[in-house]
Design a protein around this ligand. Structure first.
Ligand SMILES: Cc1cc2nc3c(=O)[nH]c(=O)nc-3n(C[C@H](O)[C@H](O)[C@H](O)COP(=O)(O)OP(=O)(O)OC[C@H]3O[C@@H](n4cnc5c(N)ncnc54)[C@H](O)[C@@H]3O)c2cc1C
Length: 292
C-alpha cells in the first residue's frame, strides 16, 4: 500500500508484487465538528480546511507530508499533537475477509508512531472519522511553540503559521530548493528506554533531552544520540551521496544520486554507532519496501 511515498525507502530493485496507491477522496461533515475523510486526501490540505472551518485538534500537525490514510497508519505526531486524539473511527478493507470493516479509535491500538494498521498490513485504510473541537483555540502543549505565544491567545491560523515557520527552519517542510528537506522526515523513532538505561546515560550527560512516560520509562532524543555518536548535523558519508541534514540530525538526506542501498547502508552505520556508544537499538520510522 502506498500513500504519497514520503515515509518509505523502496529497494533499488523495486518491489516484486502489486503496489496500490490509495486515492480515495472526499471530506464529508457529519456534524459541525465531525468529518469523514477519504484516505487519499492530502493530510495538510485537510488540516488547512479544518482550520478554515475554525475546528481545532490537528493544527499543530500542519505541514506534515503525505495522505490521510498513512497519517493514521503511522499515528503522525508533532509539536504536542498526535492524530490518535482526534481519529475516532477507521473504515478499512480487510484483505483476509475481503470486506469493509470499522474500528473505533481505541481498537486501532495507537501508540507512538504505530497503530494496528502498521503492525498488520492486511488492512487497507479507506476513510477516517475525525472529531475536532469547534472552539477556534489551540491547546499549545509543546514548549517551543507555546513560548512564541506567551500571554497571547493565538488563532488556529496563527498557530499553523508558527508551526510551518518552525518546520521550515528545520527543513522539515518539503521544498525542492532546500537540499536539507530531501529526506523522509525523521528516519528513526525516539527510543523509549528503562529508567536504568536513562540513568546510566544521564550520569555522564546531564543535558540529554528526555521525557518521562506514564509507564515510568523514558523517551530519549534519537537525534541527540546520533549527534553524540559521531554524526553531527551536516555529516556527509564517505560516498558523498548521503548525509545528515544541516538542520536536523534525524533527517537522512539525498545529496544527489543516492541509491536506496546508499541510504540503507548509511542508516545502518549510524544505528550501529549509536548502539556502540549507548547500547540502544534505534528503530527506523521509515518503512523499508522490498529487499534494500
Ligand atoms: C519532510 C518530512 C517531514 C515529516 N515530518 C513528520 C512529522 O513531523 N511527524 C510525523 O509523524 N511524520 C512526519 N513525516 C513522515 C510522513 O510524512 C508520515 O509518515 C506520513 O503519514 C506518510 O504519508 P504518505 O502518504 O507519504 O505514506 P507512505 O510513505 O506512502 O506510506 C507509509 C506507510 O503507510 C502505509 N500506507 C499508506 N497508505 C495506506 C492505507 N491507505 N492503508 C494502509 N496502509 C497504508 C504504507 O504501506 C507504508 O507502510 C515527515 C516526512 C517528511 C518527508
Amino acid at each position: 500500500m502506498l500513500g504519497s511515498g514520503s515515509n518509505v525507502l523502496i529497494s533499488d530493485a523495486g518491489f516484486p508484487g502489486l503496489v496500490i496507491q490509495v486515492n480515495i477522496k472526499g471530506i464529508k461533515y457529519l456534524a459541525s465538528n465531525t468529518a469523514v475523510v477519504g484516505s487519499g486526501e492530502s493530510w495538510d490540505e485537510f488540516v488547512l480546511e479544518s482550520i478554515n472551518h475554525k475546528l481545532s485538534g490537528i493544527e499543530c500537525l500542519s505541514g506534515i507530508p503525505g495522505r490521510v490514510g498513512a497519517a493514521v497508519v503511522q499515528n503522525i505526531g508533532a509539536y504536542g499533537q498526535e492524530i490518535c486524539t482526534t481519529a475516532r473511527k477507521v473504515r478499512y478493507f480487510d484483505l483476509t475477509q475481503s470486506q469493509f470493516l470499522e474500528l473505533s479509535g481505541d481498537a486501532c491500538l495507537f501508540d507512538y508512531r504505530a497503530s494496528i494498521f502498521k503492525r498488520d498490513t492486511s488492512r487497507i485504510v479507506a476513510s477516517i472519522t475525525f472529531k475536532l473541537a469547534s472552539n477556534n483555540a489551540s491547546c499549545l502543549a509543546y514548549k517551543e511553540l507555546s513560548s512564541l505565544f506567551t500571554g497571547k491567545s493565538p488563532s488556529l491560523a496563527q498557530v499553523r503559521g508558527a508551526v510551518l515557520e518552525l518546520r521550515k527552519a528545520k527543513s522539515m517542510l518539503l521544498d525542492p530548493a532546500d537540499i536539507n528537506s530531501r529526506s523522509a522526515g525523521c528516519f528513526f523513532t525516539n527510543p523509549i528506554v528503562d529508567v536504568t538505561v536513562f540513568n546510566n546515560i544521564n550520569s555522564d550527560h546531564q543535558e540529554v533531552p528526555s521525557w518521562f512516560q506514564p509507564d515510568g520509562r523514558v523517551k530519549l532524543s534519537a537525534g541527540w544520540l546520533i549527534e553524540h555518536s559521531g554524526f553531527p548535523k551536516g555529516h556527509v558519508a564517505a560516498n558523498r551521496r548521503v548525509g545528515l541534514s544541516q538542520k536536523h540530525a534525524l533527517a537522512l538526506i539525498n545529496l544527489g544520486g543516492a541509491s536506496a542501498k546508499d541510504i540503507y547502508d548509511y542508516q545502518k552505520v549510524i544505528s550501529e554507532a549509536v548502539y556502540e556508544h549507548f547500547s540502544i537499538q534505534l528503530i527506523p520510522e521509515v518503512v523499508f519496501v522490498g529487499c534494500v
